[in-house]
Ligand binder design. Structure first.
Ligand code: HGY
Ligand code: MN
Ligand code: MN
Length: 428
């Protein structure tokens, strides 16, 4: 649009999209490892990110605070102080060597929406909050979602004894961050304080790109289980031990990894072995023990759990045949979550208005986990998906386009405005 004085007024949407896109670059610089993105729970990088995002929130008109679990929370009042809030959010922690949009994009989009709706808030029947959760990834400690679980009232003090790879306990990490570990549970929000939780997030898969659509509505979020598996045999000399006398734990684990993939593909569930370690780990020793991870997900908990039963029994049978021992522990479980109909419709209607497309809005279940699956335990949730290039995520090649981000700002703002102005009692 060209103004009277000849200057070109870049549409708000594109300017907001560009700013959100650029802010993900700024956040990417806050990392523990120069040249790649490592930002973990209650570290100095997390503190820097809270400070930077806090400045953006303040500039957008949000009043900010760090809650008792280390999350950054910004709030804008509605037509009177203290009203239940529509909460927008995502996470600012990352996996190791991460992409720059998984989490941060949802937080900066929430801030853009707050700025766009700022002047309408005095007439809104609800408050607006934007939250930057930490530890959605669960990278530093065995327990994951150490940011959103306290907010959902699901804190457990026993987690404080967990340690990271340096041996630092979660209790000590709280203290190092300037938080009182005994107060973590006070980050909890009551159901009557919240109207809904909306999260914008990259799809982290190839489905929107395959449909050539920039935006989609999330119908549900896959339930996940994270297990630690151990196969034990006998360490022996790699040269002098004949095959018929070996109890090679790594050969057993190799059969297990292939069985996991085969069972998961057949059952249309998702099983991934992301980490594996052989002990003693010497080139000339038959491995006596192997420890490996299993990340197991499915659209429904029943499908996931039936798949685990078959995987567990198959590995047990392979180990018995090879005189190996097999045991496992579960480190994390999150139940599958269905997004609320009224929130799905608000997001879908917003996408239609934004894209101006007659094509039905893509509706898909999230194969990735999100803070929304935890927040569903305290309020109703909805999610907006944004296309990412080649579906790549949890890797530096993670990419989005400025224009898709600009469309996401518009759609997220429209959906949020609808939810903010909806009389909550109709949906209670
Ligand atoms: O693992 C996940 O799906 C999420 O990125 N934490
Ligand atoms: Mn992630
Ligand atoms: Mn994420």
């Amino acid at each position: 649009m060209t103004q009277g004085d000849g200057t070109v007024q870049v549409p708000t949407m594109l300017a907001a999209g560009r700013r959100a896109y650029d802010r993900c670059d700024e956040l990417a610089a806050l990392t523990a490892v120069k040249g790649s993105i490592h930002r973990f729970h209650l570290t100095s990088q997390h503190a820097w990110a809270n400070a930077l995002v806090g400045r953006w929130m303040t500039a957008a008109g949000l009043r900010t605070r760090i809650d008792a679990a280390g999350n950054l929370v910004g709030r804008m009042e509605g037509r009177e102080p203290g009203l239940p809030a529509v909460m927008l959010g995502s996470h600012i922690d990352t996996v190791p060597d991460a992409g720059r949009y998984d989490g941060p994009l949802g937080v900066v989009l929430g801030i853009e929406v707050a700025e766009l709706l700022r002047d309408q808030m005095p007439s809104m029947p609800h408050a607006l909050e934007v939250v930057a959760f930490s530890d959605e990834e669960g990278t530093r400690f065995p327990q994951t979602m150490l940011g959103s679980k306290p907010v959902a009232g699901e804190w457990q003090d026993e987690w404080l004894d967990q340690t990271d790879q340096t041996g630092t306990s979660l209790r000590q990490a709280f203290k190092d961050f300037g938080l009182d570990p005994a107060k973590a549970r006070t980050a909890a929000r009551r159901p009557d304080e919240l109207v809904a939780y909306l999260e914008a997030h990259i799809e982290q898969g190839p489905l929107l790109e395959a449909q050539a659509r920039p935006l989609g509505v999330v119908t549900s979020i896959a339930g996940a289980r994270r297990l630690a598996l151990t196969i034990t045999g006998e360490a022996r000399h790699a040269g002098g031990t004949p095959y018929d006398r070996r109890r090679d734990a790594l050969v057993g684990a190799s059969f297990a990894v292939l069985a996991i993939e085969s069972i998961a593909r057949r059952r249309d569930i998702i099983g991934t072995v992301g980490a594996i370690e052989a002990y003693p780990g010497a080139v000339n020793v038959v491995p006596g023990r192997v420890e490996f991870s299993l990340d197991l997900r499915a659209e429904t908990d029943a499908a996931r759990d039936a798949g685990w039963d078959e995987i567990r029994d198959t590995i047990g049978r392979v180990c018995a045949e090879r005189k190996l021992n097999f045991h496992w522990t579960e480190e994390h479980r999150a139940h599958a979550v269905v997004c609320a109909d009224w929130l799905m419709e608000a997001v879908a209607d917003a996408v239609v208005v934004t894209e101006g497309s007659a094509e039905p809005v893509p509706r898909l279940y999230s194969r990735a986990g999100h803070d929304a699956m935890v927040m569903a335990d305290v309020t109703e949730v909805g999610m907006l998906f944004i296309r990412c290039e080649d579906g790549i995520s949890h890797a530096p090649a993670e990419a989005v386009t400025v224009w898709d981000v600009a469309l996401a700002v518009e759609a997220f703002a429209t959906a949020t405005r609808t939810v903010l102005s909806t009389d909550r009692s109709r949906h209670a």
